[in-house]
Design a protein around this ligand. Sequence first.
Ligand code: 5AD
Length: 348
Amino acid sequence: MLDQATTQRLLSDPDPETVRTLYAEADMVRKNHVGDAVYLRGLIEISNHCRRLCAYCGVNASRRLTRYRLSREEILAAAHTAKQYSYGTVVLQAGEDAALDKEFVTAVVSDIKDATGLAVTLSLGEREPEEYAAWKQAGADRYLLRFETSDPELFARIHPPPPNAQGKSRIEHLQMLRELGYEIGSGVMVGIPGQTWEMLAKDIALFHELNLDMIGIGPYICHPDTEMGHHPERFPPAASGEQVPPDEETTCRTVALARLMQPYANIPATTALSLVNRESGRSHGLARGANIIMPNITPLACRRLYEIYPAKSLSVETAEEVNKQITAQLQQLGRHIGVGPGNSLNRS
Ligand code: 5AD
């Protein structure tokens, strides 16, 4: 296991040979622990309503934005699309939307399980323990909740607390989810203004401490219509030389180090990574530790409204086109599409 000083050095070491070795080791560890299969998770963005005011996020509650919420039938139809294209998992993601209540999500999870048998991952924000429990009971398999940064001060700066906050941290939420039997996923944004190399090295150590089954890592992308976009002066960068850049290179190094720290985890080549280098961001991620892709199967009309960062919805290909692209890309990398749910192989 890497100690924190080594992790921090590897994040920013300018020596090209060191970086090549890091990537080669991450790729080998990936191959030896989770193999050459790349699992596809069909992402369904089920609602862009949100009660939170996250300073970086394009669907935050303060924005004037057309809001939508998919119906039970629409969600089930999207799950059928996932099944049709042999994806093993659907990921239901949304803003923190109170209308996606215990009963609604329970019904949706049961629908999908009954009709498709697919693995179901939820990514619905910080919710009540009873909701987590009911959804697990209904058949949900996994839960994603990024901690975004392990630094409490930086976290607080970009996440104004909700009214009547009961004060549980995202780390505590993740522990709760683990105890309920979920596979748990978390992750960070790379290059948040104010994020230092030391903080990012701590984030990576926390992936291991939490024994994450899934780790999502993407560069921070400024959305102009957010508090961080409107008032950059309120979110100053760290001192010179200490600020992590929100670039492809640093994101890939973080992915590689996450793989070394959590060899059995499922790690996606994220959409944000594929946006900072449209040509090869995704391939680079897959060659440097990642083993998951999350194709977007949200109905096209809604996709442009789920713009948590700019250009997120640019890809408007059909599932069929996406599959063709991915198959070709994987072939070049000597990899193949994984069959089945692609459960976590993580040994707890
Ligand atoms: N840039 C990059 N990633 C973002 N996310 C939200 N807003 C942004 C942004 N501006 C990420 C967060 C969140 C996930 C769903 O999307 O990490 O957890």
